[in-house]
Write a protein that binds this ligand. Structure first.
Ligand code: NAD
Length: 281
């Protein structure tokens, strides 16, 4: 029977560290603006979590709202304004955007130094080149969770299910930096179980509830469940937790696994950007 790898304890430590850095500083508080287009109910829930978390650590956050049919030029103009606002350290564009807006154009407009989601091409390039920058919060949280539980990454075979720009691809880059051997699988991969069942570290980020069962998992391995799907039975991850925990060495639960880390590392990215703006460090 494997261990439950909770993200709550590490998230608490990261939040406490952020709060301490903000409270000990003599500079103005960090500022985060969330840009929200339309009224997606799941996005509204995430934004309220983010705002509450910011309040608790002393980060000033605001939401800039646009109607679902807003012209892209209006959103870009607001990002231009925020890029030059000296009180704003982080700009986060809540995804998904309505179809008529280009996520890549909008992401590329945010100043790289304020890009707390790590989606600007400059930060993506820095990530793959092994340089420092602002990197996506969920993959950063996953690597820190593995470190927290002492899971070996150096030399490990890591298999990622999902190749999105926000989870799968940046996680591959971060695990490469930890000297893992990385395989990225996706919806066109043939023989998924054949690949996942060799993994020392398996990360499921497909958004397909319960798709990873015991046959996908190598005995004793570590399984990280990123998926969050709203089903009739409540929130479900991509991993069938009850059966996989019997095979694996450790599994993250949903909720309470990766989710709390995503918000904690958003706070940390915001403070990183703030420190660079205010002290040049
Ligand atoms: P996405 O839809 O952008 O990407 C999903 C990826 O999974 C795609 O690359 C697709 O090819 C792959 N995929 C889908 N079905 C597959 C299958 N059957 N076999 C193999 N690959 C398959 O999603 P995303 O934004 O990366 O999010 C993935 C999941 O993680 C969602 O459930 C999302 O809600 C969740 N998520 C959670 C957090 C968190 O904080 N815990 C953060 C971000 C995303």
């Amino acid at each position: 029977m494997g261990h439950v790898l909770s993200g709550k304890e590490l998230a608490k430590t990261v939040r406490a560290d952020v709060k301490r850095r903000v409270s000990e500083s003599t500079y103005r508080p960090p500022g985060l603006t969330v840009v929200m287009v339309g009224e997606d109910p799941a996005s509204e829930v995430y934004i309220s979590y983010k705002q509450k978390a910011c309040r608790k650590v002393g980060i000033e956050s605001e939401v800039k709202r646009f109607s679902a049919d807003v012209d892209q030029s209006e959103v870009l103009a607001e990002i231009d304004r925020l890029n030059t606002d000296d009180d704003i350290d982080g700009i986060l564009v809540q995804l998904p955007l309505p179809n008529h807006l280009s996520e890549s154009t909008v992401a590329a407009r945010v100043s790289p130094g304020k890009d707390v989601d790590g989606l600007h091409p400059v930060n993506v390039g820095r990530l793959w080149r092994g340089e420092s920058g602002l990197f996506p919060c969920t993959p950063t949280g996953i690597v820190e969770l593995l470190r927290h539980y002492g899971v070996a990454m150096d030399g490990a075979l890591a298999v990622i299910v999902g190749r999105s720009n926000i989870v799968g691809k940046p996680l591959a880059a971060l695990l490469l930096r930890e000297n893992a051997t990385v395989v990225i699988t996706h919806s066109h991969t043939s023989d998924l179980p054949g690949l996942t069942s060799s993994a020392d570290v398996l990360v499921a980020a497909a958004g397909s509830p319960g798709m990873i069962g015991p046959d996908h998992v190598k005995p004793g391995s570590t399984v990280i469940d990123v998926g969050i799907s709203r089903t009739e039975e409540g929130l479900k991850g991509d991993v069938d937790f009850d059966s996989v925990i019997d095979v694996s060495g450790g599994v993250t639960p949903v909720p309470g696994g990766v989710g709390p880390l995503t918000i904690a590392f958003l706070l940390r990215n915001t403070v990183q950007a703030w420190m660079e703006h205010t002290t040049g460090r």
